[in-house]
Write a protein that binds this ligand. Structure first.
Ligand code: C5P
Length: 223
């Protein structure tokens, strides 16, 4: 029986990239190590939450005490998230590919000497954050991330509205954040914008988990 301020709470976390197959050997992906999302899952578990970590292909082991569900594509990630509901909170930290190949070739596409490259038609992937935010079984707290290279806060404020989530963790990825150990974020909530100092990703995770706990409160005795 877990103890801590999130005991009895179930939190869904997405982490890592998705891989969208083009053919049996090639894929489209976003750049993501999963470090921030995995750290958030671990920090929530450390506060006593029951955590479902739905993650794309990453080189990281799942943190101790979380239930990890590995997926490849955005559509698989959405299905795994919906299967994990109900949840008290959802933290969408995954770098989901916005597009997938419109049709996955059954055989490896062949390079034919003298021929131009094959055309690559794209189809729009589902938006997992927006889907969870508008879901019939919407978690009470839905948190998204916004990786931006410019107008970080303004884009995050707009994204919060557009996606229908409660909070956005906005980070400036114009520097060396991707794959690195530190993150400089702004927390955009209904109350406004907080600028957090540049912190190790573990510290960003611990702070965010503490905020989730403060928002949800305890649920002792509720399975
Ligand atoms: O629209 P954008 O990709 O910038 O939004 C980022 C946020 O939306 C992140 O929280 C990410 O996990 C989520 N997202 C998602 N499904 C998508 C695209 C983004 O859940 N298809």
């Amino acid at each position: 029986e877990a103890a801590g301020p999130l005991a009895g709470r179930h939190v869904l976390v997405t982490s890592g990239p998705t891989h969208e197959p083009i053919d049996p050997v090639r894929y489209i992906a976003n750049r993501s190590s999963g470090r921030q999302g995995h750290a958030i899952a671990g920090a929530l578990a450390a506060l006593g939450a029951r955590v479902t970590l739905v993650h794309g292909p990453v080189a990281l082991p799942p943190p101790p005490g979380v239930r990890a569900v590995g997926v490849e594509s955005a559509r698989e990630m959405l299905a795994a998230c919906e299967a994990a509901l109900p949840a008290d909170a959802a933290i969408c930290a995954a770098a989901v590919a916005d597009w997938r190949a419109a049709g996955e070739a059954a055989q490896k596409l062949k390079k034919v000497p003298g021929q131009p490259p094959p055309p690559l038609a794209l189809a729009l992937n589902p938006d997992i954050l927006a889907t969870l935010s508008g879901h019939a079984r919407r978690p009470a707290l839905v948190v998204g991330f916004a990786a931006e290279t410019e107008k970080v806060v303004a884009n995050a404020v707009a994204k919060r509205q557009r996606k229908g989530c409660d909070w956005i963790v906005a980070n400036d990825v114009s520097g060396d954040v991707m794959g690195g150990a530190e993150n400089a974020v702004h927390l955009v909530t209904e109350a406004g914008v907080e600028d957090w100092p540049r912190l190790p990703k573990q510290e960003v995770a611990a702070r965010l988990a503490a905020r989730v706990a403060a928002r949800l409160g305890g649920a002792e005795g509720i399975a």
